[in-house]
Design a protein around this ligand. Structure first.
Ligand code: NAD
Length: 293
């Protein structure tokens, strides 16, 4: 059993912290929204009045926050946590943020002798609740080995992507590719359907052929093809268009700093922006199908 300080108990952090409790860890929680802490306290967590209180004597610190500025403020801002974290503690930021901030916090941690990793996740709220998230970690090998112990209680696949920031780069690469194959899948299905093909039959054909991809296999965007996909439930998320767009913007920064001409990624971002502007930001990201049907 480990002692964990958990900061940020939103749609993702809440169920992740719950899984740590289920695994028998002692979890102290903090969120700016008191109701989020109350919900976890009912599950057996200790409610902390501040982030600093949550991490006192923690073996592990886990944060799951909205964006880079929240992560920077939490760890290296005025009264940031880094100055009070012991060298035996392992700090894991699982938020999806810009790689630059992840590197900055990672380097500051290294200077203080603290094991820190960026460890963003793939898998949405359902995977967080089921404990089947994939973690992509950026940091040193020793911290990764320590982190693996606790991450396995919240996830299924745990990868060491490389040094600080690499987790965020891996996440940006993955989600840009996800947006591209979702858009491509939606176009192929719309094209076939307009030519009177049954989208279910067309999906089976493409699944057995070279067009096979994750969107087609487990998240079909055409309504009625897969009972459990958001497409068959009025595109209720799932993974919102707004969040996909956040990830695509982060991916653009990753491409720019690498000097990569990611034409497909840019197009995917533009198309998702138009879809958001049309008022679909809170729908599942597979709702791009409705642009074409
Ligand atoms: P959310 O908005 O539901 O939760 C964020 C929580 O952080 C909120 O409860 C908020 O009150 C709290 N918070 C903000 N600033 C804080 C601070 N300084 N101290 C303590 N608490 C603070 O967001 P979410 O959906 O849980 O996502 C969290 C992160 O996970 C984001 O970076 C997101 O991009 C990423 N992510 C989300 C999904 C998803 O499907 N929702 C999937 C993968 C990754």
């Amino acid at each position: 059993m480990a002692t964990v300080g958990f900061i940020g108990l939103g749609n993702m952090g809440g169920p992740m912290a719950k899984n740590l409790l289920k695994a028998g860890h002692q979890v102290s929680v903090f969120d700016l929204v008191p109701a989020a802490c109350d919900a976890l306290a009912k599950e057996g967590a200790l409610k902390a009045p501040t982030a600093r209180d949550a991490i006192t004597d923690a073996d592990y610190i886990i944060s799951m926050l909205p964006a880079g500025k929240h992560v920077a403020e939490t760890y290296i801002g005025q009264s940031g946590l880094l100055e009070m974290i012991g060298t035996e503690t392992c700090a894991l930021d699982c938020s999806t943020i810009d790689a630059e901030t992840a590197r900055k916090v990672g380097q500051a941690a290294q200077k203080s002798g603290v094991g820190f990793m960026d460890a963003p996740v793939s898998g949405g709220v359902a995977a967080a609740a089921a404990g089947t998230l994939s973690f992509m970690c950026g940091g040193d090998a020793e911290t990764f080995e320590k982190a693996r112990q606790i991450l396995k209680d919240m996830g299924k696949n745990i990868f060491h992507a490389g040094p600080h920031g690499s987790g965020q780069v891996a996440k940006g690469c993955n989600n840009m590719l996800l947006a591209i194959h979702m858009l491509g899948t939606a176009e192929a299905l719309a094209m076939g359907a307009k030519h009177n093909l049954d989208p279910k039959v067309l999906s089976e054909i493409m699944l057995a052929s070279s067009g096979r991809n994750w969107s087609l296999e487990v998240y079909n965007p055409y309504p009625g093809v897969m009972d459990k996909a958001p497409a068959s439930n009025d595109y209720q998320p799932g993974f919102m268009v707004d969040l996909m767009l956040k990830d695509l913007r982060l991916a653009m920064e990753i491409a720019d700093t690498a000097g990569i001409d990611n034409a497909m990624g840019k197009l995917a971002k533009d198309l998702y922006e138009k879809h958001q502007e049309a008022g679909h930001g809170s729908l599942d990201f597979s709702s791009v199908q409705t642009r074409l049907t």
